[in-house]
Design a protein. Structure first.
Lengths: 97, 435
């Protein structure tokens, strides 16, 4: 078999990152109930950064972010997240791209 | 702190940015290029296929030292059901020419090479620097940029926005809208490493020959999407992408689609024993002609993916990026040569030149295609591939049933699934969008 990955985290282990500790580049606005698109990000984010907590709210840990911009497309226009690029030099660094 | 004033500042060191910076620097303009990654290419993701013709127009002798993987001699198109694929392929020894037309490349390696050529022409390239703001004067003309390095403004006559599909600067400055979810696809990709001889044996290749496989069908679970396998020298680029709007609606995971694609009985033997060394994700502009924003204004132009310049039907993004970057560079050089200011009226030359090029002519040709594939995605990506698979199975399996009955059964299953009117309607709409 080719390399198989049961979980997305195992895929991310192959990548190189320089995490800007304490300065997340994506922040979710406080909410009680997530919108349809915000909830969808728990599935659609290719790095699995979005997750639902016990209260049914959506949280983000952006350390494994691949900087694709999908969540920006779905959530920035409604103001549900603020999305910036990481500071210069930080974030994912593709060896092959 | 940079106190110099530049003729042009290029934002981003991808295909479009490098083409623009090279074109202007080679003509003697004072160019600053800013890249947020650790090195040029570290934030860039592509399949990736390089089209020689568009690069030749910028760097004619690129074949001498550019990092190229394999030149393409074969294209396979697969229509996939859950357990089968029905294919069409074209392979020709004519593609084994002295100056091949298409190559596979690995972007982070290629972009580093391209950037060296840009620097060789005298452009100043600064990495690890994110541009945070376009600075405008009281008339609204863009006059410089601010970065996350310090708070000072770097002044310039014109800014070339080559910031990619997720470019924030232009949208924050109100120069163009954020792309809509049905105008961009999310693609995920893995790099699978295998010994060179294994790749050549599995794909029937000699030396530097290469193959592209593009696959549609049940692998995208009814969403508008496509899978791909590209042969590099010692690796395979394997991925799958679907429209962001479809992902959001279906709640499918991109990595789930990728794992299912890898396990498909037509794909698994090709990648058996491979070692995966990277997992990447990227957005692809898919909106076509109708999604192209305003391309120029007072003190700025936008090029490449940031301008949604991608031919989704022919899978041509990087060559439209290179070409729009080159044309923008040439237009800016012409305005500069006349000692004219970089106003909206003068930079309209860029739009005129790109309208006259293949870039806009091709995009215009397929202006109705993106919407058609999107609104009919279930039929084009799920129903038809499944019906074709059943018809082929019916045609090939020898089981003693009279051929005329088998043929009629195939036709009946097509009509039952999609109705005669629906079939003709889809064929008509497809033909009209293609013309």
């Amino acid at each position: 078999m080719a390399t198989e990955f049961a979980r997305v985290e195992e895929k991310l282990y192959q990548n190189r990152y320089i995490v800007d500790a304490g300065k997340p580049h994506i922040v979710i606005e406080p909410h009680t109930t997530p919108s349809k698109n915000l909830l969808a990000m728990t599935k659609v984010c290719p790095a699995g950064c979005y997750a639902e907590n016990d209260l049914g709210q959506v949280e983000i840990i952006a350390d494994g972010c691949l900087e694709c911009g999908t969540c920006r497309i779905l959530l920035e226009p409604t103001g549900e997240i603020t999305w910036s690029f990481p500071r210069g030099g930080f974030g994912v660094l593709f060896k092959f791209g | 702190m940079i106190e110099e004033r530049f003729d042009a500042i290029v934002i981003g060191a991808g295909m479009a940015g490098n083409a623009a910076a090279y074109t202007m620097a080679a003509r003697g303009l004072k160019v600053l290029q800013l890249e947020r990654g650790e090195y040029p290419g570290s934030k860039n993701v592509q399949g990736a296929i390089l089209y020689a013709d568009m690069l030749e127009k910028i760097i004619p002798n690129f074949r001498e030292d550019a990092p190229l993987e394999r030149h393409l001699i074969e294209q396979r198109f697969w229509m996939m059901s859950d357990r089968s694929h029905t294919g069409m392929q074209h392979r020709s020894d004519d593609f084994n020419e002295e100056k091949p037309n298409r190559y596979t490349i690995i972007r982070s390696q290629f972009d580093r090479w391209f950037s060296k050529q840009v620097q060789g022409k005298g452009a100043v390239v600064i990495c690890e620097t994110t541009v945070t703001e376009l600075v405008r004067n009281s008339d609204g003309k863009v006059i410089g940029v601010r970065t996350d390095r310090d708070s000072d403004v770097i002044f310039t006559d014109v800014v070339v926005l080559a910031e990619g599909v997720s470019g924030l600067l232009g949208t924050r400055a109100g120069l163009r809208p954020t792309p809509k979810p049905d105008h961009v696809a999310l693609a995920v990709k893995e790099m699978h490493f295998l010994p060179q001889e294994t790749i050549e044996a599995r794909f029937n290749l000699r030396g530097d020959e290469g193959v592209v496989i593009e696959a549609v069908g049940s692998i995208s679970k009814g969403m508008t999407g496509m899978g791909f396998i590209y042969t590099n020298k010692e690796s395979l680029s394997l991925g799958i992408g679907c429209l962001v709007s479809d992902f959001a609606e279906k709640g499918e995971t991109p990595y789930g689609l990728l794992e299912a694609f890898k396990k498909h009985p037509s794909v698994a033997p090709l990648i058996q024993g491979s070692e995966v060394k990277e997992y990447a994700a990227h957005l692809i502009p898919e909106g076509g002609y109708k999604a192209i924003p305003e391309l120029f204004g007072d003190g700025w132009v936008v090029v490449g993916d940031a301008a949604q310049l991608n031919n989704a039907i022919h899978r041509e993004g990087s060559n439209l990026a290179m070409t729009s970057g080159r044309i923008a560079g040439e237009a800016i050089f012409q305005v500069k040569s006349r000692r004219d200011p970089m106003t909206k009226a003068n930079l309209a030359l860029y739009k005129k030149m790109i309208d006259d090029s293949f870039v806009m002519k091709d995009l215009k040709k397929y202006k109705d295609m993106p919407a058609l594939l999107h609104t009919n995605s279930k039929n084009f990506f799920l129903t038809y591939p499944d019906l074709v698979s059943k018809a082929m199975d019916n045609f090939l399996r020898v089981d003693g049933a009279p051929k005329v009955e088998k043929e009629n059964a195939s036709i009946r299953s097509f009509i039952k699934q999609r109705s005669l009117l629906g079939l003709f309607g889809d064929a008509f709409k497809l033909a009209r969008a293609w013309r």
